[in-house]
Ligand binder design. Structure first.
Ligand code: ARG
Length: 700
């Protein structure tokens, strides 16, 4: 894709520094040369300290080299400490860049009232500087909060024959009812322009666009619009309101109009956007106020969400109310109203529409245009907004509940949970929590194989899940495989792995490697991960305490030290379990004269489950489950499984696994689960929901 670039002389970067869980949350915008700066900031009296600082620096007229942004934490309403934190951030970046502190601006967005985890920001800066590039996208992503899409606008114009570029990046979403500014917008241009002219163009653009935008009529504490012009285009410097200024200002206005529309469309919970045009007002301030009142009316916005024709009456009621409140001129008899170009009100009366289906259709379009003609003069204005959906309430009612600050100041917002409505939350929780009662005291053997074991992240999630299972009273025993790692190690040691029918031929040289990898390495790594999460895991091989007796596997070809389970003595496991330890077992069996045998881990898990009288046997591996075509079979019983095995419909490594499972089911086990271990927390999804996510094989 031919991606947009920043104007010459500007660089940007954005990354995660640990303020949010994993999304980009910190950005740097850099000008390679000192840039002229214009700005508009929020007029909220509870505003964040950085906005006052931007205003002061703007009024002092100095140049700017960089802007540092943080999303996820607004650094607002945190008192003197917040003021100092903000300065420390600016200081740290100016030190790294070798510029004056006054040449570095800061901008924040996110939760209000939490201290900034300052070290994360200052530590992150160094890495950010190594990632600086010409593309604005990572930076644009790093300023988002509840926004769904990045907002970047780019224009190119010619001023007295010189090519000039303008690029602006914005974030929006909620708390949007700007006054002299809104949201965060960063405009960069290589235009040569005097500061007062840049400010003039910016203020004019903002006044007609962002200042007429409302998502929820809530003025933000952190709004800041910053424009930087570095003059690299070498156009004749704009000093007066000449032709070049006109074109520049017009282009900036256009760009802000697009950003405004994008912010409206991506308002919190928005499903469609609204543009209100008021014409024929006696005074411009009336026009502005009426348009703004309509765009922010909850009743109008709710009607827009519902594509409800009643919005017509609500619009006129809102305008009349605004006129009375603000002392503006308005007479119903002179007024007119169109919505989506359909006439709804004229000559002092509502106009009926006969085709309700067609009407709803028009009112369901993505942009709803409401046009009010006041009929008393020639002043006009526009306002921008969006509908009010269930999701707006959901997002903002859940915001506090899902925002947590940990001891080190990290604010975690679980965005995925935030997507869910209260109904679904209740359903999931009630369904899941009921299982606690079922699971109390039952034994489950969990066989871990495949990606879940090789990917350190998945291994961590597995450890979390096991701890949760223990916490609800389930008694797990973990068995792990290790195939791929054994081969890798053998190859490193100059041995060649050999397989017959999917089984590893294990001679006396390779059994050493098998034990070293399984018991020495994989087992210990897993034990460490489980213990990091608090599971009290104890690593064992089948040799320990004579847990698994094995003998040489019978086969036509000599497989060497590949063994078969002969008997299992569970006393050691019982003992560990009684004292709250979690056994983690490597599939190595004890043979005659202390010989070690390499065992199939799936079979070991099944035999152990039977010997322990476990209720559940769970295989975590790299398959979605038992498949029928491309569908996972959600549930089947032992007989159905037997038939599938007999008709040869199950092949490969699945076959010995399921044969062993079937034996265990006959031995009294009540359920076997096949769960895709490549997806994190699938174990929990399988066990704590009625339909699960994998395949369940029931006893009967
Ligand atoms: N959560 C229940 C259990 O652990 C039901 C699982 C259902 N799973 C399935 N794949 N159909 O027993």
């Amino acid at each position: 894709m031919d991606e947009l670039k920043l104007p010459p002389g500007f660089l940007a970067a954005g990354r995660n520094v640990g303020i949010k869980n994993s999304k980009r949350d910190c950005g740097i915008l850099l000008s390679e040369a000192p840039a002229v700066m214009a700005a508009c900031v929020t007029q909220n009296k509870s505003r964040a300290p950085n906005t006052a600082r931007i205003e002061a620096l703007r009024d002092a007229g100095g140049s700017v080299r960089a802007v540092l942004t943080v999303s996820g934490n607004a650094n607002a309403l945190t008192g003197d400490e917040g003021v100092q934190d903000d300065l420390r951030v600016a200081d740290a970046l100016s030190d790294l860049l070798g510029v004056e502190t006054e040449e570095v601006l800061t901008a924040y967005t996110g939760v209000v009232g939490h201290r900034l985890p300052i070290e994360r920001v200052t530590d992150g800066m160094e890495e950010l500087l190594t990632e600086l590039g010409r593309y604005p996208r990572p930076f644009a992503e790093s300023v988002l909060t509840t926004d769904k899409v990045t907002k970047i606008e780019h224009r190119e114009i010619f001023l007295s024959g010189d090519r000039v570029q303008i690029c602006a990046v914005a974030k929006g979403s909620g708390m949007i009812a700007p006054s002299l500014a809104t949201t965060l917008v960063f405009l960069t241009t290589d235009c040569a322009i005097a500061q007062p002219m840049l400010q003039k163009a910016l203020s004019a653009a903002v006044d007609d666009t962002l200042n007429q935008l409302t998502v929820d009529e809530e003025m933000s504490t952190n709004d800041a619009v910053v424009a930087l012009a570095n003059g690299w285009a070498e156009n004749p410097r704009i000093e007066t309101e000449d032709e070049d200024y006109e074109l520049f200002a017009e282009t900036v206005a256009e760009l802000f109009l697009e950003l405004t529309r994008a912010i409206a469309a991506d308002g919190e919970g928005a499903t469609r956007s609204v543009e209100v045009t008021v014409t024929g007002a006696a005074r411009r301030e009336d026009a502005r106020a009426y348009a703004r009142a309509v765009a922010s009316s909850m009743l109008v916005k709710a009607a827009v969400f519902g594509a409800d024709p009643n919005m017509a009456g609500r619009v006129l009621a809102t305008v009349g109310g605004a006129a009375s409140r603000k002392g503006g001129a308005f007479e119903l008899a002179k007024a007119g109203l169109r919505i989506q170009d359909l006439v709804f009100f004229e000559d002092g009366a509502m106009v009926r529409h006969d085709d309700p289906v067609q009407l709803r259709h028009r009112l369901s379009e993505p942009v709803i245009e409401i046009a009010v003609e006041v009929g008393l003069g020639d002043a006009s204005a526009k306002a921008f907004g969006c509908d009010l959906s269930y999701d707006y309430v959901k997002i903002n009612a859940d915001y506090a509940a899902i925002t947590q600050t940990s001891a080190d100041g990290r604010v975690a917002v679980n965005e995925r949970l935030a997507e869910l409505g209260p109904t679904i939350k209740r359903k999931i929780l009630v369904e899941a929590l009921r299982y606690i009662e079922h699971f109390k005291g039952i034994r489950a053997v969990i066989k871990l194989g495949g990606a879940a074991m090789l990917d350190p992240k998945l291994e961590e999630h597995f450890a979390e899940d096991v701890l949760l299972l223990q916490a609800v009273g389930l008694r797990p025993v973990v068995v792990h495989g290790g195939g791929p790692e054994i081969s890798k190690t053998m190859e490193r040691l100059g041995q060649t792995p050999e397989f017959i029918d999917g089984l590893r031929v294990t001679d006396h040289a390779s059994i050493g490697v098998v034990e070293m990898v399984l018991t020495g390495s994989v087992n210990q790594r897993l034990v460490a991960a489980l213990n990091r999460h608090g599971s009290k895991a104890v690593g064992l091989s089948g040799k320990d305490g004579g847990l698994i007796r094995a003998h040489k596997m019978e086969s036509d070809r000599d497989m060497g030290l590949v063994g078969e389970v002969e008997s299992i003595d569970t006393r050691l496991l019982d003992m560990l379990e009684r004292d709250g330890y979690l056994p983690v077992i490597s599939p190595v069996g004890l043979g005659e004269e202390g010989l070690a045998y390499n065992l199939n881990a799936d079979v070991v898990a099944a035999e152990l489950a039977a010997a322990l009288g476990a209720t559940k046997l769970i295989f975590l591996s790299d398959v979605a489950g038992l498949m029928e075509g491309d569908q996972v079979i959600s549930e089947l019983n032992g007989d159905q499984l037997k038939m599938r095995l007999e008709t040869g419909r199950i092949a490969g490594p699945m076959r010995p696994k399921l044969q062993a499972a079937l034996r265990a089911l006959r031995g009294g086990l009540s359920s076997v689960h096949l769960v895709d271990g490549r997806v994190k927390h699938n174990l929990i999804a399988e066990l704590f929901t009625d339909r699960g996510v994998g395949t369940l094989i029931r006893h009967a």
